[in-house]
Each structure stands twice: as C-alpha cells, then as structure tokens.
Design a protein around this ligand. Structure first.
Ligand code: 13P
Length: 693
C-alpha cells in the first residue's frame, strides 16, 4: 500500500471518527440536560406499542438517563480515541440496531418526532433514517480501520476520562432532574414571549383546532365543545384537542387555559396581564410531588396580598382537583390545559412559572420553589420579579467549563505522565544508540516463521493486520514474515515492502526441472519475496537436510538475489554434553564457509537452540549472548572482523513479548526469529516493540 493511500485512509477514519464523536456527545448531552423530556419520549413509544401493562414505571426514566450517559460517554471515548477496538465495535453495533429500528419507525410512525436530539433538533423519522445510514457507514469505516484513529490520551490513563464522563453525565442528569433542564430548548423557555410565539403572521391562515371536553353526569359521559359547555351539574373528566384544518402552525399552537368549573377561556387574559401571574403547572395532580405544598400555599397567600394572579394548570379531572384541594388545603383557582403542553412548559410536576405581559420571567421546579425569605417584598422590588434571562451562550460556557476544567486537569496530568515516560524512553534510547554505535551498522531484525500454520485466507488476514498495525506505528527494526510457499504471492500484495519484508521457509536444492513438489529459489524470488529461511532444525531433523544439501540451497538462494536467514543450534543432549559450540561451528562451516565475503554479506544468522523451540523453555539472555558472541568470533575468524561486526545474529526459541526486551538488550543479539508468537499480530508486534522502549 502506498503512502498517499494510507494518508487518505487515515484522514477518512479520523474525519468519520470526529463526526461520530461530536454527534454522540451532542445527542447524549441534550438528553442528559433534559432527562424528563427523554423519559416522556420513551413513555410515548411504550404507549404507542401498547406495552404500558408490563413496563414498570421507573423504566422510562432509567432508560432515558442510561441512554443519555451511554451516548455521551462513547462519544467522548471516540473523540479521544480511547479503547479504539471496543468503542468502534460499540458504535457499529449501536448503529446496526438503530438503523433498522428507525426504518421501522418511519414506516409505522407510532410517535411524531423520533427524539434522538431531544428538543434541541427535531427530526422526522425519514430524516433520522437517512442520518443513521450516514452514521452507520462512518461507523463501519472506523470499525474497519480502528487502528488508524489517532489517540489524544495515553492508553494507560484512558479509564480516568471514561469514568469522569460517566460521573459528569450522571451528576448533570440528576441536577437537571432536581432543578430544571440546564438548557431549555422548548418554546416556553425563560425570556420567551408567548403571545408573539402564538401569533400567525398577517395574510396567513392558522390551523383550526377543536377542543372537546368529556363530562359526566349521573354516570353518563358526553363530549362537549366550548360552544355548548354544560352547566356545573356536569363533572369534567378530560379534554381533547385535535386539529381540524391545517395552516401556518406557530411555534406555540396548543396553549390554552380554561378556567374550571366555569369553562371560560382565559388564555388571552393571562397573556395580556401587565402585572405578574404565577402558573403552578401540574400535568397530573395524582402524580404531583406534594412535599413542598406548604410553600405553594404560602406563595398563593403572597399573591393574594399583592394582587398577583395565580392559577394551577392541570390536565386532571374535577374529582382529582377536589381531592387535591381537600388534601393540600389549596384555595387557588384551577384551570384546565393540555397534558402534553403542560409537560412541555416545565419539566417538573408541579413546576412554577412566572409570567408578565405574556413573557416567561422565571421558572422553578418543585424542589426549588421560592422560600418565605424571597417572598418578603413585592415582585416589583425584588430580584425574583426581574427577568431571569441567562443567555444561551453564558449557560453553554458555564456547562462547558464545568466539564472542561476537570477534564483538562486529567489530560494535563496525563500529559505530564507521558512526558516523564518520554524522558525515560529518550534516556533508554540514548543507551540503545550508544550500544548501536558499538554494533556499527548492524541491522536489528525481527522475523516471523509461520511454519506450517494458517490457511491462505488466514495468512492474508494476518499479514494485512500486521501491515496496518506497523503502518500506524512504525517499527524501529527490520521486520520480515516468512510464510508457506502458497501464501507468498498473495501476502506480497498486501505488504508495504518499506515496512515489512517477505520470505519463504525453504527452497529447493535444485535449480529447476523434474523435481515434483519442489519450489526453486527463482520461483520464491518471482513471488515478490526477498528472504528465505534455510537450515531450520525442523528441516534438518524431519527432511534429512544435510550440510551438503544446505550448501546447495544457500548458493541457489543467493544466486537468485534472496537474503538467507540461516539457522543453527544444538539439541538438548548436545547442550547437556556441553558440545553446543562445537555443533554450531560445524553447522556454519559445513554450509557457509565456502562463501565469499561478498556473498556472506547477504546472510543473516539465527541461533535457535532446538531444545527451546516451541517448548516454552527459553535460553536465558546470558546463554543467548554467550552463544552469539561465540558465533560472531567464529565468523570473524573465517570472514574477517568487519563481516563479523556486520552480520545480524537473531535468537529463536520461545521468544515472546515478555522476554524479548531482555534478550535483545544483549550486545550480540540483533533480533529474533519468532515461531508461535508470530501467528498473532499483537504478540508479534509486542516483540517488534521490544526495540522501542
Ligand atoms: P517458537 O518461537 O515457536 O519457539 O519457534 C522458534 C522457531 O523455530 C523459529 O524459526
């Protein structure tokens, strides 16, 4: 893969990741600041699907908070590039579930707007479906190439950010529930002029609504309109408002206040009142929180004293109103309004709204109602009577600061931590560089030997994964993978040869001809490979490869432009008999000592004590160093000091990420030839990274 293509892929992944992150943080945040709004939406869905009977009452609110915090937290994870594999998988899964679901909602339309961005942005089901298709595609791109996501926080400290965003989300949701939403995106926000929001511009026709009232007398229920509203021998049960003809729909179109039991529409009187009006909003009195009812009664007395209007707006029936009056000692007048409108006006049951001239001056939840101290002076002279207008910008800044200041502190602490690690790494690197100076230009190499493992598809997948991992995080050494013959050509196609070299595990000792089943060095070279492993202990032991045969193979490989990774090493009995040096020297001499110095410059040696191969038993770093020093001395005797200084000698035998660093730190060990651990990208990369820190 060329560099331009890689850069383009990186750009695509990171653009998609930022779009996904911002979308999720936003949609989570607008739900967190208004958990009741999301709760109502869940209730709407539950009712539309007819599930009320078996969904416990606490579920909609619990679902609302969980969904909001989940979206916010995974958005933050995606933004910082934390737990990249898991986060991208979560996104994909979420979008795979949500996209067909929104298609279903579009087709069946059980609830008007989908609610995915709370009240901040209202989308139709069709718009939501299209949005989800785009997000699904982006999630797939990010999931497919998650390794290309740039991290903005160290891997080690990412849990602090995750935990912090969960805690922040939960606290903000609780504050918004206890008080009122921190952001009010509804048309009844503080500062809103309700009269203006209800107006229909000149020349346009408004929609026509009809409100009907269900009344009961002597056990008989009948529906009435405002025109034929019955006398007070009838008991009010409920009201229904429906649109009878469409037209220009103003922002507020379903706000009406009908005094009960008179049935008088006082909407315009209330909105036109130039003095103050308190509206106690209780969509359902039977569910209203009555823990602060004394404060409400006190407030009503205050209103009577100062001649301010006070109404309790509810959608409950007359019977419930009477019960409330009796139980709570309520002397204030009651008026009927639409249940959904009341829930939209204030997210508390009961909640309190202060109006003046049709403008919303202030709002309180049932937990923050005015106290006796605040009711000492008339509103005209008190702070409470002033328009409590906090600009959206100021609220946004305040909330952002609440979130960002602690977040910055966490990130700052993380950067200091990373800085100190970097400093230590630089010191270590300096040490390695000094070591390298003594090793002259010798190459550090980590080579994988897949042996007879992995089918073609698995092999190509592993090579692709490794290529991506090393493209994203460049190695500090030469990396080679040696694969079975049939993998070579396909693997060559997925590797960036600037980063990973390719080799075969063997080649024939004949140039060409009727050698059925054999693969020549020229064929290996033609597949795109640059290396070949020869003399592996498995080939010596199971296929009778003698020093003579190996000599032929080495010559043919070199003649065809391949670099040879030549293996040497003693079996257990030889080590126990302390004959390892003798054995290794014989193996070198038997197959390599006829080469010229020039030919020898294309040889890489791999010391693989047979007793350590695939046994989990590693030679100690000291044993490896001792043997490598001996091999180098032997090469120096035969080919001269310079050739000995330049030849890379790899160690092989149960090398793992956990022991590689210690072994590679030895001055005569120039890397590893890896078997089992080369079959997993993470393990192999772990060994490659041993050259880094
Ligand atoms: P293991 O790493 O599985 O011990 O194999 C070493 C080896 O034989 C590499 O050629």
């Amino acid at each position: 893969m060329n560099k331009a293509k890689h850069k383009l892929r990186w750009l695509a992944v990171n653009v998609c990741r930022i779009v996904l992150a911002v979308t999720f943080v936003f949609s989570g945040f607008v739900k967190i600041v208004d958990p009741k709004g999301t709760q109502y939406k869940f209730v709407d869905y539950i009712q539309a699907f007819g599930w009320e009977a078996w969904v416990p009452e606490f579920v909609p609110l619990a679902l609302a908070i969980s969904l909001a915090v989940f979206e916010f937290c995974v958005g933050i994870n995606m933004f910082f590039g934390m737990r990249r594999r898991f986060t991208s998988w979560l996104y994909l899964l979420f979008m795979l579930v949500m996209t067909p679901l929104t298609l279903y909602l579009w087709l069946t339309n059980p609830v008007e707007d989908c609610g995915c961005f709370g009240d901040a942005i209202t989308l139709t089901h069709a718009e939501t479906f299209i949005k989800n298709i785009v997000l699904l595609l982006m999630s797939w791109v990010v999931f497919r190439y998650f390794r290309l996501m740039t991290r903005f926080i160290s891997e080690r400290n990412q849990w602090t950010i995750s935990l912090y965003s969960i805690v922040f989300g939960l606290i903000l949701a609780c504050v918004s529930l206890y008080r009122l939403p921190v952001f009010d995106f509804r048309p009844y926000h503080v500062g809103a002029d309700l009269k203006a929001a209800m107006e229909i511009p000149e020349g346009l026709e408004g929609p026509v609504y009809e409100t009907t009232f269900v009344m009961e007398k002597d056990g008989v229920r009948e529906e009435f309109t405002l025109e034929d509203y019955p006398d007070d021998t009838w008991t009010f049960i409920e009201s229904k408002t429906k649109m009878v003809s469409e037209g220009f729909i103003p922002e507020i179109h379903d706000f009406s206040i009908i005094l009960t039991p008179e049935g008088e529409d006082i909407t315009m009187n209330v909105l036109a009142d130039t003095s103050y009006t308190f509206l106690l909003i209780a969509p359902h009195l039977e569910e209203a929180d009555d823990s602060n009812v004394d404060r409400i009664n006190e407030l009503y007395d205050y209103c009577v004293e100062h001649q301010y209007a006070f109404y309790c707006l509810t959608a409950s029936g007359d019977e419930m109103i009477e019960t409330w009056k009796e139980l709570e000692g309520a002397d204030y007048p009651f008026a009927i309004a639409d249940d959904i409108t009341l829930k939209t006006i204030v997210r508390s049951n009961p909640g309190l709204v202060l109006l003046k001239n049709g403008v919303v001056y202030n709002k309180w939840s049932c937990n923050t109602l005015p106290t006796s101290d605040q009711l000492n002076a008339p509103l005209e002279q008190s702070l409470m009577g002033r328009l409590q207008l906090d600009s959206r910008l100021m609220v946004t800044l305040r909330v952002l600061l609440w979130f960002l200041i602690p977040l910055r502190l966490v990130v700052f602490a993380d950067r200091i931590w990373v800085g100190s690690k970097l400093y230590k790494r630089m010191k270590h690197r300096k040490k390695i560089n000094n070591l390298l100076k003594t090793r002259k230009m010798r190459k550090k190499i980590v080579a994988g030997n897949w042996k007879m493992n992995l089918n073609l598809q698995e092999g190509v997948a592993l090579a692709t994964e490794l290529n991506e991992a090393l493209t994203a995080d460049k190695p500090n050494c030469d990396v080679v993978i040696c694969t079975p013959f049939i993998h070579l050509a396909s693997v060559a196609n997925v590797l960036d040869t600037n980063i990973i070299g390719l080799g075969a595990e063997n080649c024939a000792d004949k140039e060409q001809g009727a050698y059925t089943g054999e693969v020549s060095a020229a064929m290996v070279k033609s597949s795109g490979a640059q290396y070949v492993i020869l003399a592996h202990s498995a080939r010596r032991a199971y296929y009778g490869e003698t020093a003579e045969i190996l000599k032929e193979k080495v010559n043919l490989a070199l003649a065809n432009g391949l670099k040879v990774i030549f293996c040497i090493g003693e079996v257990l009995e030889e080590r126990e008999a302390e004959k390892q040096n003798e054995v290794v020297k014989e193996q070198l001499a038997g197959s390599l000592f006829d080469l010229t110095t020039e030919q020898f410059s294309n040889i890489i040696l791999a010391y693989e004590p047979v007793w350590a191969i695939g046994t989990g038993k590693t030679a100690t770093a000291e044993q490896a160093e001792e043997m490598h020093a001996f091999i180098r001395a032997t090469i120096a005797e035969q080919f001269g000091a310079e050739a000995a200084e330049n030849v890379s000698i790899l160690y092989g035998g149960s090398c793992k990420p956990s022991n590689a660093k210690e072994i590679f730190a030895k001055p005569n060990v120039d890397g590893g030839l890896i078997g089992g651990a080369a079959l997993k990208c993470a393990d192999f990369k772990g060994i490659i990274d041993a050259w880094k820190a």
